[in-house]
Write a protein that binds this ligand. Structure first.
Ligand code: GRF
Length: 253
C-alpha cells in the first residue's frame, strides 16, 4: 500500500466496451485520480477481463495497449473455478478497484472475497428501480419519464449494493434507441466521477489505517519507555538502599 503510487484499476466487460473506453480516456486525460499525501495520484487501467472471447471490447483494449484476459466461464467446471483462474492472473497486477462495465455475469463469492467493497458496477437505471438485464426496456414499458445510470458497489445481491453515484435526465420520447444513446452519454460522464469517489474513500481509509498504526506504534514506544524508567528507578533505589552489615547494623552513619 503506497498512497503515492499510480492507482490501478481492472475493468471487466462482456460486449461493446463504450464504458471501458470512457474510463480509459478519463485516465489518459488525468480525470481519474486519488488524493495522496504529496498531491493528486493518477490512475490507470491495468487489465481488461472479458468473459466473451472475441467481444469488441477486447479488441478495443488491445488497440489501446491494455493487457487483456479473455476467459470463457464455460471452459471451467464451476463459477468458483472460473473466478479463481481470473484471480491467478489478476492479483499479480495488484488492482485496487475493479470496475464492471457491461460485464453480463453475476459476480461470485471468490471475486467478492478477493475485493471486498472494491468492485463497482454501472447499471442503466436509477436503482433500486429496474434492476436486472433489461433495465431500460423495463423502465420504458413502465412509462418512466426520468431515467439515468447508477454506479454501485457490488455485493451478493442483483444490482443491490450500496449506491455510489447517480445521474438523472428527463426523456419523454419513448424511443429505445434515443434513450440508449442518452444513457450511454450519461454513463460515460458518471463512471469516472464514481471511480474518483471510490478512490478518495480508499485513500481516506488507508490514511486512517496508517494514522492508527502510527499512534499504536507511539503508544508502544511510550509503554516501553515507561517500563524502562520504572526498571531504572527500582534498580536505582536498590543501589541507594544503605548497605547492612551481617549483624544488622548499618554502615551508613
Ligand atoms: C451499459 O449500459 C451498462 O450500464 C450496462 O451494460 C452496458 C454496457 O455498455 N451494465 P458498453 O459495453 O460499455 O458500451
Amino acid at each position: 500500500m503506497n498512497s503515492q503510487q499510480t492507482k490501478r484499476i481492472a475493468v471487466f466487460a462482456s460486449g461493446r466496451g463504450s464504458n471501458f473506453e470512457a474510463l480509459h480516456r478519463a485516465c489518459a486525460q488525468g480525470l481519474i485520480h486519488a488524493p495522496g499525501r504529496e498531491g493528486t495520484v493518477p490512475a490507470r487501467i491495468v487489465m481488461l477481463v472479458c468473459d466473451r472471447p472475441g467481444a469488441p471490447v477486447a479488441e478495443k483494449a488491445r488497440s489501446l495497449g491494455v493487457p487483456v484476459l479473455e476467459a470463457d466461464p464455460h471452459d471451467y467446471p464451476s463459477k468458483e473455478e472460473y473466478e479463481r483462474a481470473l484471480l491467478e492472473r489478476l492479483l499479480p497486477e495488484c488492482p485496487e478497484l475493479v470496475c464492471l462495465a457491461g460485464y453480463m455475469r453475476i459476480v461470485g463469492s471468490v471475486l467478492l472475497g478477493a475485493f471486498p467493497r472494491r468492485i463497482l458496477n454501472i447499471h442503466p437505471s436509477l436503482l433500486p428501480a429496474f434492476p436486472g438485464a433489461h433495465a431500460m426496456r423495463d423502465a420504458l414499458d413502465y412509462g418512466v419519464k426520468v431515467f439515468g445510470p447508477t454506479v454501485h458497489i457490488v455485493d451478493a445481491t442483483l444490482d443491490g449494493g450500496p449506491i455510489v453515484a447517480q445521474q438523472a435526465f428527463e426523456y419523454t420520447l419513448g424511443d429505445p434507441d434515443g434513450l440508449e444513446a442518452l444513457m450511454h452519454e450519461a454513463e460515460h460522464r458518471l463512471y469516472p466521477k464514481a471511480v474518483n469517489i471510490m478512490l478518495a474513500r480508499i485513500a481516506a481509509a488507508e490514511e486512517k489505517m496508517l494514522a492508527q498504526a502510527e499512534s499504536e506504534r507511539r503508544r508502544r514506544e511510550e509503554l516501553e519507555c515507561e517500563a524502562l524508567l520504572t526498571m531504572k528507578m527500582r534498580g536505582g533505589r536498590r543501589r541507594e538502599r544503605p548497605a547492612k552489615r551481617k549483624n544488622g547494623i548499618t554502615n551508613d552513619i
